[in-house]
Ligand binder design. Structure first.
Ligand SMILES: NC(=O)c1ccc[n+]([C@@H]2O[C@H](COP(=O)([O-])OP(=O)(O)OC[C@H]3O[C@@H](n4cnc5c(N)ncnc54)[C@H](OP(=O)(O)O)[C@@H]3O)[C@@H](O)[C@H]2O)c1
Length: 242
């Protein structure tokens, strides 16, 4: 039987790499994206026969189109997509440049729009699909120095709810996972002081692991989650209670 195809953006490291590995272990053929050839090669190496790395810049429409052409040349269209690619360009608002704002929103929010749009028609045809967006706890909490990032993640929550209402009748679910502080390159960039302040706010007393986010993606990708849509699911050790 042909394997179901999944697409995970930003799968070269961190949360995306864990998601790609988890979906592969669940029997999906996984396309994982990276921004460089070297990153794509690493993904191919890690996924072996269960998937392939692909160079794809989510902020560039031509790159997304090229990526989808490559995916469709191989076989079935992805019916599970995980919009995980994300960047931070932190700065206080008084100092934030238009470029810092634009880059973050164009990657985190507009990137999800481009990838979802490219995948949606095939999901509608199949009358089955799973769209999983990776947001952030800061969309609810706010975070000084991250007006760009927080806006992009709050936008993704609205996108998730609206799209869920549009496509529910086609058997497609759309959900968002909102991680708290997860150990990856993104949080390694924080100062010791910032990390200590964050840990003090987490009832479970530790940062999360990428595989703990991947486990929720695995659940949402399967038939057992068929009745869950339009939701934000928090994975944050209790630092924010919905
Ligand atoms: N870590 C946390 O605590 C945390 C908390 C809440 C939410 N999140 C969210 O979880 C997601 C993954 O975070 P992470 O911590 O795993 O980040 P990470 O370790 O910094 O990895 C980011 C990933 O995104 C890819 N990427 C960056 N810009 C891209 C672009 N323009 N087009 C396509 N791919 C791009 C990177 O690819 P390259 O390697 O090729 O550059 C990399 O695979 C992000 O959306 C982030 O906002 C993370």
């Amino acid at each position: 039987m042909e394997l179901k195809t999944a697409l995970v953006t930003g799968a070269s490291r961190g949360i995306g790499a864990a998601i790609a590995a988890e979906l592969a272990s669940q029997g999906f053929f996984v396309f994982g994206t990276a921004t460089s050839e070297a990153g794509a090669a690493t993904i191919s190496e890690q996924l072996q026969a269960q998937g392939r790395g692909l160079v794809l810049q989510v902020q560039d429409q031509e790159s997304v189109d090229r990526g989808f052409t490559e995916i469709l040349e191989r076989g079935p269209a992805p019916l599970v997509i995980v919009n995980n690619a994300g960047v931070t360009r932190d700065n206080l608002m008084l100092r934030m440049s238009a470029d810092e704002w634009q880059e973050v929103v164009d990657t985190n929010l507009n990137g999800a729009f481009r990838v979802t749009k490219a995948a949606l028609r095939n999901m509608v045809k199949a009358r089955w699909g799973r769209i999983i967006n990776i947001g952030s706890v800061v969309a609810r909490l706010g975070n000084p120095g991250q007006a760009n990032y927080v806006s992009s993640k709050a936008g993704l929550e609205g996108f998730t709810r609206s799209l869920a209402l549009e496509v529910g009748s086609r058997g497609i679910t759309v959900n968002l996972l909102a991680p708290g502080f997860i150990e990856t390159d993104m949080t390694a960039a924080l100062s010791d002081e910032q990390t200590a302040a964050m840990l003090a706010r987490i009832p479970l007393g530790r940062m999360g692991e990428a595989k703990e986010v991947a486990a929720a993606v695995s659940f949402l990708s399967g038939d057992q989650a068929a009745y869950i849509t339009g939701q934000t699911i928090h994975i944050n050790g209790g630092m924010f209670l919905n």
